[in-house]
Design a protein around this ligand. Structure first.
Ligand SMILES: *Cc1c(COP(=O)(O)O)cnc(C)c1O
Length: 477
């Protein structure tokens, strides 16, 4: 047996690379990353490919490993080339993500040290770090000092956590669900519907409220609807507002909605996954007045704080309510919650073992300071305004004046169907590859969206987009 153990040890020790191997791998990966950023990345946003990464199947998982060079080649050809390159400053589709380099440094260290930050006693400093970041965001949205929340993998999970918390806090049981009413507009992000279903609430009643011309919820209609539902013996449960819709970046009238929600004792949730970090700028913060009245807010550092994919946050005013829905054992953890100096993420989230995702955010903010983030956010808003003005000069019709960094626009050609024509423009952009745009349909009208949120988007990329658009429509005047 000892022989076998020793034999196995020889092989299993490969899991701990030698310092020389470590440095060789580090060097190769670093070179790849540098090449990606300096040569490959800046010029391409979309690459049309026949293969679409299919050759990844030609390299099955085997008994023995491959060389780092071979692995990076497979990665480059199959993963980092075909289709959308979200790291490009020419990405204006959907909600562009971030990818600031400092995220990688935080992730690298988190992976190497592998500190466990689910429970306070295991890594008190790491839990304090994550709670500090949550409190920093809570302060930004004008929550009280004892508010907290949880760092999640993204906005969808953040919204799900809020719904589960509200459901339990309001004492909603299965038998009540058919009488529960939720309030939203058709512009609310689809992940809320998905989360309601996952939370076992798909049978609740959904009231879609009317909007004004700028796609913002009509608060009077909300008030009337809640009153009618109370008369009808229903349970007004949750109102969802958007602080930056995905389609147009519209911010619902947060304060008016908050006053109505408070009056009727309805849980008030704000989806600020896209728009929340614009509050970092004092100039832009005014538009978000009323966040203090909400019970919970979803916000995405992998969008508005430009971090790489994989970090969102749910902010909750009543920390105990979040704990009640998410802690794992009822009896003794309740004392731990009050006795420990800091709440543990594992008690405020469905996760137990978790990625130490706070480190990537903390190291980025510590290393760069807040100023460049604020500047980038204000820059994106102005770039979008600039685009909105210029694109009209090219003969495009536009949607509402952008409040944040998303504009919608479309071209109405003389001879062909407008919807088909505008969808065709999207295809033209893909073929060119330098700029990527996505579209949306509002009341059966196709609109192109210009969503500025990549930290790599500057004036040059916006001007390039305008030049491309000008060329594409020049024969249609
Ligand atoms: C992106 C987004 C979401 C979903 O967040 P993920 O991080 O993609 O899970 C929800 N709401 C809004 C408004 C968004 O922009």
């Amino acid at each position: 047996m000892i022989d076998r153990i020793k034999q196995l040890e020889q092989i299993s020790r490969k899991l701990e690379p030698l310092p020389s191997e470590r440095s060789q791998w580090n060097k190769a990966v670093q070179e790849y990353a540098d090449k990606f950023l300096d040569e490959f990345n800046p010029n391409t946003t979309f690459v049309i490919s026949e293969e679409m990464g299919r050759a990844i199947y030609d390299f099955p998982i085997e008994e023995t490993g491959k060389s780092i060079e071979e692995i990076l080649d497979i990665l480059k050809d199959n993963v980092d080339t075909p289709n959308l390159n979200p790291a490009s400053g020419g990405h204006f589709g959907y909600i562009p993500g971030g990818g600031v380099f400092t995220t990688a440094l935080g992730d690298y260290l988190a992976a190497v040290t592998n500190r466990y930050t689910g429970i306070f006693f295991a890594c008190p400093g790491g839990v304090r770090m994550e709670n500090l970041l949550l409190r920093w965001m809570c302060q930004m949205v004008d929550y009280p000092a004892d508010a907290l929340g949880n760092l999640t993998s993204g906005g969808s999970i953040a919204n799900l956590s809020a719904i589960a918390t509200a459901r339990d806090y309001k004492g909603i049981k299965a038998k009540d669900i058919e009488k529960c009413v939720v309030y939203m507009t058709h512009q609310l992000h689809h992940c809320i519907q998905k989360s309601l279903r996952i939370a076992g609430m798909s049978e609740c009643i959904v009231r879609y409220l009317p909007m004004d011309r700028n796609f913002k919820m009509n608060p009077e209609a909300l008030n009337r609807q809640i009153e009618a539902d109370l008369v009808g013996n229903l349970i007004p449960f949750m109102v969802f507002a958007s602080a930056g819709t995905t389609d147009t970046g519209a911010i619902d009238p947060l304060e008016a909605i908050g006053e109505i929600a408070q009056k009727h004792n309805v849980w008030y949730h704000i989806d600020a996954a896209y728009g929340g970090f614009f509050m970092l700028s004092d100039k832009l913060k005014k538009a978000f007045k009323g966040t203090a009245l909400s019970d919970s807010i979803a916000i995405d550092p992998h969008k508005g704080l430009f971090l790489s994919y994989g970090i969102g946050a749910i902010l909750i005013k009543n920390t105990a309510a979040l704990y009640q829905s998410h802690h794992h054992t009822a009896s003794y953890m309740q004392d731990a919650f009050t006795l420990e100096e800091e709440p543990s993420p594992a008690d405020l989230s469905p996760e137990l073992t978790k990625h130490f995702r706070g480190l990537r955010m903390w190291i980025s903010l510590q290393l760069l300071g807040i100023a460049p983030f604020k500047a980038a956010l204000e820059e994106k808003v102005l770039l979008c305004k600039y685009f909105y003005t210029q694109v009209q000069k090219l003969g495009f019709e536009v949607g509402p004046q952008p409040e944040l960094s998303i504009a919608i626009f479309r071209y109405i050609p003389d001879e062909t169907d407008a919807n088909a024509f505008n969808l065709g423009l999207i295809e033209n952009f893909k073929k060119d590859g330098r700029v990527f745009l996505s579209s949306t349909t509002i009341n059966e009208t196709v609109w192109l969206r210009f969503a500025v949120l990549s930290f790599r988007t500057h004036l040059a990329q916006v001007d390039l987009s305008l030049t491309l658009l000008k060329d594409m429509v020049k024969h249609h005047h």
